[in-house]
Design a protein around this ligand. Structure first.
Ligand code: GLC
Length: 499
């Protein structure tokens, strides 16, 4: 299959969250299954200079955003069987932030128009266009509206339903090349909602774990979009993310002080080094917990702030928290770190290399999220043989099985209710088992054998693509007939109507 992915971020070019890791690794996994993979991305300022110098200029053309005629350059880059095209426009993408700018609607409307122009100019005729998150939500709508001449099948993946791309309705007139009949498919509660547009118009919708797919059908997790997902019930599923085991590999990771693999002694050496560096009490036997996260409410941090004092004053343990975010959490963690200097550290930055070393040094990884579409932290923790303690939600529930001391199954610890004391008791239970070699060794064995790579999930995406391609397409119902040409348009004749 010829698959084109559209996304706004992809590691190592640009990253604000887990989306970037998925776009970095899923296309490679599919390419290794002999599909043709192209990824189209904005050329953000954040691309490391050593990669920028390797980009190949392909062509340039004008892209219209209503009356605005904008320059668009295309740069290409190839890596591990995947072809990347970067959409270049300094005005829109040479910014310090990927999102949160006053003109995000215009920037991603431009990206949408440029995406289709790129397909036309480079004569790419995909079987499937796979879009990710709200920044690419207009693409399925433009295809269904007949703005692009080929009725290519689209798949849309929700990485986090909370971020929807909500803009004033005036944007419709000012920026989008759509007939007013399409306003309804884009509008929600008196505003435009790019995510809704995708949920309504994509041929198939996926999200990043089966449990999250179930959860977001209900109002509690649905972020106001659950009614539209309910309507998609027969063309909507959850596929859990994998991780790139070559990037996350404790036996070859250059960040890790002492490489190890299924060797607890090696891991403890990393713990000792981190304890020395961070001026914590040096002892290989004290259980070390880490939390590495964006410091926002949805990550379940209120549960942690609620119990930290009680936990650290009663248990022999060490806790290292790393991340940046809301000041209420930054202040609370700094306060607690000051109060317990021998056992708690707060590292108020995000540093990729140090994060890898903390995964390597720790015995436990905390992730008490209120909701979690998939979560990558717990997968990375498993890879670095750190035992996850999670709340049973979304992908955390799908990837972590709580340890059962009676049958010896389980690769971590978990609790169900969003309740601080349930979290506290789970941590205490985990510490209790940490000191019992019979149980601890079993848990570690289960951690070692957890499958984390993309193999299984990539085949699930193949199934989705196959389904979509064989789906009966009722043109009458699905497409607005404003395509100008007959069905036999060739690649070369495929012009955009958006000019
Ligand atoms: C988002 C979600 C996270 C998920 C990631 C990749 O960042 O919040 O749970 O793992 O996307 O799909």
């Amino acid at each position: 299959m010829n698959i084109v992915m559209a996304a706004s971020e992809c590691a190592p070019f640009s990253k604000t969250g887990g989306l970037a890791d998925v776009i970095a690794s899923l296309p490679k996994a599919l390419a290794s299954k002999k599909h043709q993979l192209t990824v189209i991305l904005p050329k953000h300022r954040s691309i490391p200079s050593e990669i920028v110098s390797q980009l190949q200029f392909e062509c340039s053309f004008d892209v219209w955003v209503k009356w605005r005629k904008q320059y668009c350059g295309i740069f290409s880059y190839e890596s591990e069987g995947v072809l990347y095209y970067f959409i270049d426009n300094e005005y829109y993408f040479n910014r310090s932030r990927l999102y949160g700018e006053y003109d995000d609607a215009e920037r991603y409307a431009f990206f949408t128009h440029a995406f289709f122009e790129t397909l036309t100019h480079l004569e790419i005729l995909p079987d499937i266009i796979h879009c990710h998150d709200w920044q690419t939500g207009l693409i399925p709508l433009y295809i269904k509206a007949g703005v692009y001449q080929h009725p290519i099948k689209t798949v849309f993946t929700i990485h986090n339903l909370k971020y929807q791309g909500i803009f004033p309705t005036s944007v419709f007139q000012e920026l989008l090349h759509l007939d007013p009949v399409h306003l309804g498919g884009l509008e929600l509660n008196g505003a435009l909602n790019f995510m809704k547009a995708a949920l309504v118009h994509a041929d198939w919708v996926t999200t990043v774990s089966p449990t999250y797919a179930q959860e977001i059908l209900q109002p509690y997790y649905g972020e106001g979009l659950d009614p539209f997902l309910m309507e998609r019930i027969t063309s909507f599923n959850g596929i859990v993310n994998g991780i790139d085991e070559t990037i996350y590999n404790p036996s070859s990771d250059l960040n890790v002080s002492v490489p190890y693999h299924r060797n607890y002694a090696g891991k403890k050496e990393n713990k000792r080094i981190i304890q020395q560096e961070l001026d914590l009490h040096v002892s290989k036997d004290i259980p070390m917990f880490v939390l590495i996260s964006r410091l926002v409410e949805e990550k379940g941090l209120p549960l942690l702030t609620h119990i930290l004092d009680e936990l650290l004053s009663t248990e022999t343990m060490q806790l290292i928290i790393m991340g940046t975010g809301d000041s209420e959490f930054e202040e609370a963690f700094q306060w607690i770190a000051n109060k317990y200097p021998g056992s708690c550290r707060f590292i108020n930055i995000f540093h990729e290399g140090l994060a890898h070393r903390l995964y390597a040094a720790s015995d436990f990884f905390l992730m008490p999220s209120r909701f979690e579409p998939c979560g990558l932290g717990q997968l990375i923790a498993l890879r670095y043989e750190s035992v996850p303690i999670v709340r049973e939600t979304g992908g955390l529930k799908d990837t972590i099985t709580p340890y059962n001391e009676f049958n010896g199954e389980g690769n971590g610890f978990s609790f169900a209710n969003y309740n601080a004391y349930d979290f506290l008791h789970t941590i205490r239970y985990a510490i209790h088992l940490y000191y019992q070699p019979i149980h601890w060794n079993r848990i570690l064995k289960n951690v070692y054998k957890t499958k984390l790579n993309w193999e299984h999930s990539a085949s699930k995406y193949e199934e989705v693509y196959d389904n979509v391609l064989t789906m009966q397409c009722n043109e009458e119902e699905n497409y607005v007939h404003n395509r100008r040409e007959s069905k036999s348009v060739t690649k070369r004749e495929a012009h955009l109507i958006i000019r």
